[in-house]
Design a protein around this ligand. Structure first.
Ligand SMILES: [Zn+2]
Length: 454
């Protein structure tokens, strides 16, 4: 399928692989148009061939296309696959293990003790469960930071999802790497392995300012430049972190990143709960991205990121779930809902973070944070990453605005179709790439591992 999406009849006489029709499709302009929003096409259809979207239009206009398969979805809403701008997908093994605790106690006594003994096998099992949840709840791409990221790559590849892979880089030894240098070698290995892969890409992901140092962050920047990779790191997650940074470096964590040269259009700052006004200006001026994780920030009582102030400066944050230990869902619908409600309640202003903006955050905003701007939008010639929501679900009746339902009424479990790279990953109750009964058995194995690891 050529760019531009014109239908080309193949040698077998078909015009497309799949012709999807539905009552509503949310379509967008291509990324080069510079528009982040979506528009509704009613009584719509779209053609998919070789992993790309072809023509998008009214059902009648596409009716005569010869398709290998016709998917008549009827009372459904087709939207771009949601994009999770930040997670630690493998952490499903700690879902519900330790809740309602102070951050330091939670991290040191309940999370780190398990992670110290991590293996690639545990990471892959945890990641497979996480991938299943993403597929089930309409997410087709995610940015991931964790240890043994090659095991996450294996899980994402098996699941059929798109992933921006980031081996976490720390100043100290981890079960995956004895040093930051070794972690960076793992990044190099991943980058070599996945160059040209259609669904897996690699980023440089130093964990944070407070778990690395100047020299490591400079090395990460050099590595990102050398390999042409995006860079993601946790920044300004808590007031404590900002205070410590001011004490150590005489400036807040965002300013510290700016002075190191880290703020640029290929960098994503994860969390940004406590930047000051000046730091927000720095982010806006630099073109750096933000990954907002409202549920994790609420659960860990980190605070409320100044998203309305970001939006006023022209920063459209991406939306992420963070890991299942601090959320505890990997469900982008839950995240959209939390985002749409949190900023209204917190600011006592019901006009903030309107539904359509929150959808933009979970699609085009997150795609920008992954430095993968063609994701999160349905347009002719774009990637065939899309999901369909069953509008017959009672909680979605009646329907005035698809945007409203996506942000406020849908749970994510109305998703009836998930497709990434033109391949169907989930359809009406059936996963096509993952064996759910087997994952249930493996979840039990993970639980036993957690219980016996002290
Ligand atoms: Zn995180």
């Amino acid at each position: 399928m050529p760019k531009g999406g014109n239908v080309v009849t193949d040698t077998a006489g078909y015009d497309c692989d799949v012709l999807i029709s539905a009552d509503f499709v949310l379509a967008s302009a291509p990324p080069e148009a510079g528009v982040s929003g979506h528009h509704v096409i009613e009584d719509a259809a779209l053609a998919v061939s070789a992993g790309r979207v072809g023509t998008v239009g009214r059902r009648g206009e596409l009716a005569n296309l010869r398709a290998k398969r016709r998917l008549e979805l009827g009372r459904s809403l087709v939207l771009p696959g949601l994009v999770n701008a930040h997670t630690h997908i493998a952490m499903t093994f700690l879902r519900g293990w330790a809740d309602d605790l102070p951050l330091a106690e939670w991290l040191t006594q309940h999370i780190f003790v398990k992670e110290r003994q991590l293996t690639a096998e545990i990471v892959e099992l945890g990641a497979l469960i996480g991938c299943a949840e993403l597929i089930r709840t309409g997410c087709t791409a995610f940015a991931d930071m964790y240890l043994f990221e090659d095991a996450v790559a294996a899980a994402a590849d098996r699941a059929g999802l798109r992933c921006l892979l980031g081996e976490a880089i720390f100043a100290f030894a981890t079960p995956a790497s004895v040093s930051a240098e070794q972690a960076m070698d793992r990044v190099r290995g991943l980058a070599e392995r996945f160059t040209g892969h259609s669904r897996l890409r690699v980023a440089v992901m130093p964990h944070s300012v407070y778990t690395t140092d100047d020299a490591i962050l400079r090395s990460c920047l050099r590595l990102a430049d050398e390999l042409g990779l995006p860079l993601h790191l946790h920044v300004a997650e808590t007031a404590r972190e900002a205070e410590d940074c001011r004490r150590a470096h005489g400036k807040g964590p965002v300013a510290y990143c700016r002075d190191l040269g880290l703020l640029r259009p290929t960098t994503t700052l994860i969390h940004c709960v406590v930047p000051d006004e000046e730091e927000l200006d720095m982010i806006a001026a630099s073109g750096a991205h933000v990954a907002h994780n409202p549920r994790s920030n609420m659960k860990l009582a980190s605070g409320v990121a100044p998203v309305p102030a970001m939006l006023r400066r022209g920063i459209l944050p991406g939306l992420g779930t963070d890991g299942a230990a601090s959320n505890n869902a990997l469900n982008m619908f839950a995240e959209m809902n939390a985002c749409a409600l949190l900023h209204k309640g917190h600011s006592r202003d019901p006009t903030l973070c309107p539904a359509a903006t929150v959808l933009d955050m979970a699609t085009t905003g997150s795609a920008a944070a992954l430095c993968w701007p063609e994701l999160g939008r349905i347009f002719p010639g774009g990637p065939a990453d899309l999901v369909a929501l069953d509008l017959r679900s009672p909680n979605l009746l009646p329907l005035y605005s698809p945007f409203s339902h996506l942000a406020y009424a849908a749970s994510g479990f109305e998703v009836r179709l998930s497709m990434a790279d033109g391949r169907i990953l989930y359809e009406d109750g059936a996963f096509t790439t993952l064996d759910i009964p087997q994952l249930c058995d493996e979840a039990e194995k993970l639980k036993q591992w957690v219980l016996k690891t002290v």
